[in-house]
Design a protein around this ligand. Structure first.
Ligand SMILES: O=c1[nH]cc([C@@H]2O[C@H](COP(=O)(O)O)[C@@H](O)[C@H]2O)c(=O)[nH]1
Length: 315
């Protein structure tokens, strides 16, 4: 398959510099225009300021792109839901039909890995939906994390999902899950979820060491680094929870199923919380982007140090 890699991204990868992958469903389906464009541009700027190259991933006219120009980013943001929400299962169809696809976490991980980007930043990942034990609605993000060695930096998973079952499923898939500077797995809008994280990391260097070890051992599975939302942006758990309960009821009444559930829930929770969830969402994505870029820089430095050390000991 041919993948169009932006020249700047290709050059950075060739010299072992820090690159951060970014998804596009969050732009097309997760936020309204023009906030989505503004956020996408600001997130890329945060990655650059921190010393890494951003690579937003999407499928344009049937061609997977890794790294978008400002024109392409604008087209994606304005088109919004006209772009197809594209998870791993949808990739072949979108490409074969020459369509436009906004990649979810699973599809973004797939393309990032194909071109050699080990780190990917997003807001929240999909998970096991509430009542998932009956509906079997489990996001393909979780199986992708089980089989693709990319580290995903997110603010945990939203409590529109069943968080404890999501963690169970990640364990089954063999995914390393680490919470950043906390012992608890965060719940996107709130810093706490009531669920313990399997491990804790306290610096970008520690994250880089985990990614390096995962690669050296050829574990071939992904890593989830969960970063709590900055305290001053955290929403009141009660407000969010009551909005979620209401939206869940509506989704059931309207018989919304499959990949339409997540966008529906995100939109309704945003409306029911008077838009405050959108502001929190933007703040946490930028926060994740900063850490993701720091981890990418730390990993690039670690790789260069190790390459020198191995070179010296081979003499
Ligand atoms: O808090 C969020 N969760 C999930 C998504 C998007 O939804 C996808 C998961 O969709 P599903 O539940 O249909 O697998 C994720 O990969 C991501 O692209 C998002 O924008 N925001």
């Amino acid at each position: 398959m041919s993948i169009a890699v932006a020249p700047e991204v290709a050059a950075a990868l060739a010299r072992g510099a820090a690159v951060v992958a970014l998804e596009s469903t969050i732009i097309s389906h997760g936020m309204p225009y023009p906030k989505n464009l503004q956020t996408a541009v600001e997130v890329e700027a945060v990655v650059r300021e921190t010393g890494a190259i951003p690579a937003t991933i999407a499928i344009l006219d049937g061609v997977p792109h890794v790294g978008l120009s400002s024109e392409q980013l604008k087209r994606l943001a304005i088109s919004g839901r006209q772009f197809q929400k594209t998870a791993r299962r949808d990739i072949a169809h979108v490409v074969a039909s020459g369509g436009n696809g906004a990649t979810t976490v699973s599809a973004t991980m797939f393309f990032a890995h194909k071109v050699g980007i080990p780190i990917f930043v997003t807001g929240g990942i999909g998970g096991v939906h509430r009542h998932g034990e009956q509906t079997m609605d489990i996001s393909s993000d979780l199986t992708e994390l089980g089989k693709t060695p990319v580290a995903v930096i997110s603010a945990g998973v939203k409590s529109i999902l069943d968080i404890s079952r999501t963690l169970e499923y990640l364990e089954t898939q063999g995914v390393t899950v680490a919470a950043y500077r906390t012992n608890e797995f965060p719940a996107f809008f709130t810093e706490t979820s009531g669920c313990q994280a399997p491990c804790r990391v306290d610096s970008a260097e520690e994250c880089a060491k985990i990614i390096y070890a995962n690669r050296n051992l050829h574990l071939c599975s992904g890593i989830l680094i969960a970063v709590p939302i900055p305290t001053h942006h955290a929403a009141s758990g009660n407000i969010i929870e009551s909005a979620i309960q209401k939206a869940l009821k509506e989704a059931e009444e309207k018989r919304i199923i499959g990949n339409a559930i997540t966008p529906f829930m995100l939109e309704r929770v945003k409306e029911l919380t008077g838009g405050s969830s959108l502001e929190a969402n933007i703040a946490l994505v930028k926060n994740n982007a900063r850490l993701g870029a720091e981890v990418a820089v730390a990993l690039s430095n670690l790789q260069q140090r190790e390459a020198k050390r191995i070179g010296r000991s081979a003499l």
